[in-house]
Design a binder for this molecule. Structure first.
Ligand code: SF4
Length: 213
């Protein structure tokens, strides 16, 4: 157990909330830009996925967060509830975050696509092309210290590559012109199907924790 993990263990045991660096509150113009973006996404019809959605799934969490987690696309429960990463995958993500001393209220969570693909099929290139303008704007407004891309769709879009996920893990990448640090890991839904890789995912999370220090 590392020194940080030991500290977290003692803090949790004593019921003391962990200290997290907070950014200054967003200025009114940034808050207005978030609201406008949410409205834009809620009424978006830029690709065919709008026809089958119950609602858009914009993103959720702390808009002053240092860490954003980017996944693939809403599934059934996300489409029903309007929130990313709910259901069993979401519960696993919560446990993964907890393992490095974070919870949902301290991070921001979003997907590459804001509408559910039918029967949870993989996103199509034309859908990714249309929808990622929204994610790009979320990242521009959030200005996180670190991006955690979970799954190949998030990693491939954000890094503009087609490299297998296994070769993207384990090192620090950078996103966009601002060169925001980015770490790649497995999607929680994949880990539910392949629990043997949870150990590797934990190693990625330790990398996240160390990068945020
Ligand atoms: Fe618009 Fe994205 Fe939904 Fe397509 S998936 S309709 S681009 S919000």
């Amino acid at each position: 157990m590392s020194a940080n993990e030991l500290n977290y263990y003692y803090l949790d045991t004593m019921g003391i909330q962990r200290w997290v660096t907070a950014k200054p509150k967003a200025d009114p113009a940034t808050q207005a830009a978030w609201l406008l973006l949410e409205k834009t996404v809620a009424s978006c019809t830029a690709c065919d996925l709008h026809q089958g959605r119950t609602q858009t799934v914009f993103g959720v969490g702390n808009k002053q967060a240092d860490l954003i987690i980017v996944g693939e696309a809403p599934g059934y429960y996300e489409d029903q509830q309007g929130e990313p990463f709910v259901g069993r995958g979401g519960q696993l993500l919560d446990r993964m975050l907890k393992s490095i001393g974070l919870d949902r209220q301290q991070v921001y969570i979003a997907n590459v696509l804001k509408c559910r693909p039918p029967k949870n099929r993989d996103p199509l290139p034309r859908e990714v092309e249309k929808c990622t303008q929204h994610l790009d704007q979320q990242l521009a407004l959030l200005q996180p210290k670190l991006i955690l891309a979970v799954g190949r769709y998030a990693a491939h879009y954000l890094l503009q590559c087609n490299t297998p996920l296994s070769r993207l893990r384990g090192r620090l990448h950078h996103y966009g012109q601002q060169q925001i640090p980015l770490i790649v890991s497995y999607h929680p839904a994949y880990l539910l199907r392949n629990p043997i890789d949870k150990r590797k995912a934990y190693s990625d999370l330790l990398h996240v924790s160390a990068t945020l220090q």
